[in-house]
Design a protein around this ligand. Structure first.
Ligand code: ALA
Length: 852
């Protein structure tokens, strides 16, 4: 059977048994499940159904779910079966069938659908512990179906008790193993470990929920959760020595062989590289298709790590750094039929992976040089120190895996304990900065309180005040309490929108609501003030102005999202957001900065939508119907159940749980304040609306006024400095030395440098002082494309009948100007600087021997 056929046959079998077939959910978990970075099992998107907090679309479900397990990253390549990304086949019962049917289905699929030899099937069951008894029932069911008790082994919690995380749904399980034969290892069944007995299916009897302190309580119903790794089943059915040699993976290995010229199976070191390329290449393509972008934290960091490791292994084999882009196309070719997002997101995948690979290539070059030195130094002791590994990682972004592999290749040990200690110290340092520890505390306390009572009914989409009752109280410290309400108008932070603030009143006394914590689909309030009694009747009130402003920004975000897609293309994808009363922030996938004119156009489009006053409405509908309407959504999804679709006019439809204004005009004027980069392939726009924009304008106007006043002062100061500098350059003595002796006067006619008329007059005064009583000074200057002229006479010269006004009257027309003054001093301006020499020549002629 091919991988495709297995996927289909599994689904068809369970559909015949009355199961509803679900499409795979995103690798990015729905944002109310903070317990994992990425989807790790088929049950994950169904968790709320197991917990009884959401109603499943049918009691029997089946799926083939995209999964990613980060714990295995370092193992990949070193073994024949470890993968990061894999597909998990599963069947689920939500309070419907239990052990008997689940075991029978597992048996029938194994023997009839997959055609496995029943003689080679081994089973493990839970042996029991203090709180959960050994699973005699499961043993009895397997025996009824014909599995002899010698091939049923009871194991402990590590093997046969499954949990989705440290808290949440869990239960004992029974696992199916296939004996691959003596060539793969010693006899003895799954208990002996090793490669001979391959686990291929896990049936979990999901009966309990684990609380934060470790205690188990029964779930509302007995459920079944199963998981079978598609790749492993394919390896079994195709009798492949490894998952990499199955029909699905082999094309990737062949591609890598062709690209590198290296043959799979020729050498252990290059085999490892080829496996890493195949696994990581597939995983990075799927992650990117689900909207994950490389970054230094969370799932973005997981993606970054696998891209880096693939690039590092690839370049070792001589591949160009951007080979990951071609590799991702191979993946889309192989899996695109089953997962259309791979084809749909082709461009985004290529852009993201290409950019990340390029960036890493630069890091790698530098890191490799240093790594060489580190390895040489380590030969003396036989161990690469944790400090060196940490420095490479911390300062140069060089991944620990690569240091570890280089150490291993050189036959050296690596002090990972010290490395981990340094990493932990660094984490401590950053934690100390943000006080995350207390936040975790708060989250745990809130989860405990929420678990105790009924779920709070959120009524805040249409009401900002409600009369209700307190359903749970837990003291935080002297002045703060956590409380839960029967109904709440308070929005709990989620989908980018911040929590509401407000108050709770009882007997006329108000207590401030300082935070609203989201706990799954539920919420817990942080209240300051005197204690409240459990069961108390209260008025719960949301602060109206802040909520209004927040709503305006949230609807504004949707309109902006629309405008961005309108201008930049529909492959713009939301990558995160912040919506508060103060502003909105929108991160989206896009390469390169958005030009200013484009931003102005986007702003204009948004404001046009605001002005047209479109209604904003919302309705709840099943997810697949929302998809059919073309609603865009973000951050994974919880399939099967109802989603909320928020529409603005007929132009925007988004999956969104947030609160919104009723008409677009309530957004008010919209302005983009900044546009910046947030890592490779993503941009960030910050914008403000309405009343905040008015405040922003007022503030900006004040800022500009201050700035202008400052500039004026600075300009005046510079002008003074300039004048002083120029005056320093004009030497009155030298000018006077060249005076023309005209008999009745001693005349100086010259062009000088001056910034303005006053400065020119000042210079002429200085020359006049040197020349004395008979002085006749005529100066010209060019300033700002104009001509300045001054004539400045001593009393003796005036007495001799000379006139400053008369002199300028004669020469100013030559420079296209005119002016006036008195006999002792006159000034003029002209438009024609090129003719200044002519004008001065004419002045000189007036003082020629012929004189007056
Ligand atoms: N949730 C179970 C697993 O992942 C089936 O193994």
């Amino acid at each position: 059977m091919t991988t495709h056929q297995i996927r289909r046959a599994f689904r068809e079998y369970f559909e015949r048994q009355g199961h509803l077939g679900l499409p795979s959910a995103s690798l990015v978990p729905y944002d109310d499940d903070p317990s994992v970075l990425l989807t790790i099992a088929g049950m994950q998107p169904l968790k709320a159904y197991f917990m009884g907090t959401a109603v499943p679309p049918a009691p029997r479900l089946t799926s083939c779910q995209k999964c990613f397990r980060t714990v295995d990253i370092d193992q990949v390549g070193h073994t024949a079966r470890h993968l990061t990304f894999f597909e998990m086949l599963g069947n689920f019962s939500l309070g419907d069938y239990f052990k008997e049917d689940a075991i029978r289905f597992g048996f029938e699929v194994s023997t009839e659908v997959f055609g496995l030899d029943v003689e080679r099937i081994w089973i493990t069951i839970f042996e029991g512990n203090d709180s959960v008894p050994g699973d005699d029932e499961a043993r009895a069911r397997w025996i009824e179906l014909g599995i002899p008790s010698e091939r049923i082994q009871a194991l402990g919690e590590a093997d046969n008790f499954w949990k989705a995380g440290p808290t949440g749904p869990c239960g004992p399980n029974t696992e199916l193993y296939f004996d691959r034969g003596p060539a793969f290892g010693p006899e003895g069944g799954p208990r002996v470990g090793g490669d001979r007995y391959l686990e291929y299916w896990n049936l979990v009897f999901m009966q309990y929920e684990r609380a934060a302190e470790g205690s188990l309580s029964p779930l509302p119903a007995n459920n079944i959760d199963t998981g079978a790794g598609l790749e492993r089943i394919a390896a079994l059915l195709q009798d492949s020595p490894s998952v990499f040699e199955t029909d699905a993976f082999w094309p990737l290995i062949e591609w890598a062989e062709r690209a590198t010229g290296v043959r799979y199976g020729a050498d252990a070191r290059s085999d490892r590289a080829l496996r890493v390329l195949a696994d990581h290449g597939r995983a990075m393509t799927f992650l990117t298709a689900d909207g994950v972008r490389p970054s230094n934290e969370g799932r973005g960091y997981v993606l970054r790590r696998i891209v880096r490791r693939a690039v590092a292994e690839g370049t070792q084999l001589g591949l160009p750094v951007d080979a990951v882009v071609a590799l991702s196309r191979e993946v889309a070719d192989g899996w695109g039929d089953a997962y259309p997002e791979l084809t749909r997101e082709r461009t985004a995948i290529a852009d993201t992976l290409g950019a990340e690979a390029e960036q890493f290539a630069r890091t790698l070059q530098q890191g490799r040089r240093l790594l060489g030195e580190v390895i040489d130094r380590a030969r003396a002791t036989g161990t690469v120190s944790g400090e060196d590994a940490f420095r490479l990682h911390d300062t140069y972004g060089f991944p620990l895996d690569l240091t570890a592999e280089a150490a291993q290749d050189a036959g050296l040990a690596l002090d990972t304990a010290s490395f981990e200690r340094l990493m932990e110290e660094q984490r401590e340092r950053s934690r100390a900065g943000v006080g995350a520890t207390t936040e975790t505390d708060l989250a745990v306390r809130a989860a405990e309180l929420a678990a105790r009572g009924m779920r709070t009914r959120f009524v805040g989409y249409d009401r900002l005040e409600v009369a209700t009752t307190v359903t749970g109280v837990s003291e935080l410290d002297g002045s703060r309490h956590l409380i839960t309400l029967a109904e709440s108008p308070f929005y709990a932070q989620g989908g980018g929108q911040v929590s509401d603030r407000g108050w709770i009143a009882t007997d006329g006394h108000r207590r401030e609501v300082t935070d609203v914590l989201r706990v799954g689909d539920d919420q817990v309030l942080v209240v300051s003030g005197a204690a409240l009694a459990d069961g108390a009747a209260v008025i719960a009130h949301v602060d109206v102005p802040t909520r209004r402003a927040t709503q305006a920004n949230h609807t504004g975000t949707h309109v902006l999202n629309w405008a961005l897609r309108e201008r930049l293309g529909s492959d713009v994808k939301q990558a995160g957001s912040y919506v508060g009363p103060d502003k909105l922030r929108f991160d989206f996938t896009h390469r390169g900065r958005v030009p200013r004119e484009e931003l102005e156009e986007i702003e204009r489009l948004v404001n046009a939508r605001v002005a047209e006053d479109s209604p904003v409405t919302w309705i709840e509908m099943p997810k697949h119907e929302a998809d059919g309407l073309g609603a865009i959504g973000l951050f994974g999804e919880k399939y099967g159940d109802m989603v909320r679709v928020v529409s603005a006019g007929d132009f925007s439809k988004e999956l969104c749980g947030g609160t919104h204004v009723a008409r677009t005009s309530e957004i008010g004027p919209f302005k983009i304040v900044t546009e910046t980069s947030v890592g490779s392939g993503a941009r960030r726009i910050e914008a403000i609306t309405g009343a905040e924009l008015a405040r922003w304008h007022a503030h900006r106007a004040e800022e500009l006024e201050r700035e202008l006043a400052g500039r004026d002062a600075r300009i005046a100061e510079l002008e003074r400095e300039l004048r002083r500098a120029r005056q320093g350059r004009v030497d009155p003595g030298a000018l006077a030395a060249d005076a023309i002796d005209a008999g009745d006067v001693r005349a100086v006619v010259a062009e000088v440098e001056a910034g303005d008329a006053d400065e020119l007059l000042e210079i002429s005064d200085q020359v006049k002082r040197v020349l004395g009583d008979q002085a006749a000074v005529v100066l010209g200057a060019r300033a700002d494309g104009r001509v300045l002229l001054v004539a400045n006479l001593g009393p003796g010269a005036v007495a001799a009948g000379r006139s400053a006004a008369a002199i300028l009257k004669q020469i100013a027309p030559l420079v296209g100007g005119g002016g006036g003054g008195r006999e002792a001093m006159a000034r003029a301006g002209g438009k024609d600087p090129a003719r200044l020499p002519d004008a001065l020549e004419a002045a000189r002629a007036l003082f020629d021997a012929s004189g007056a």
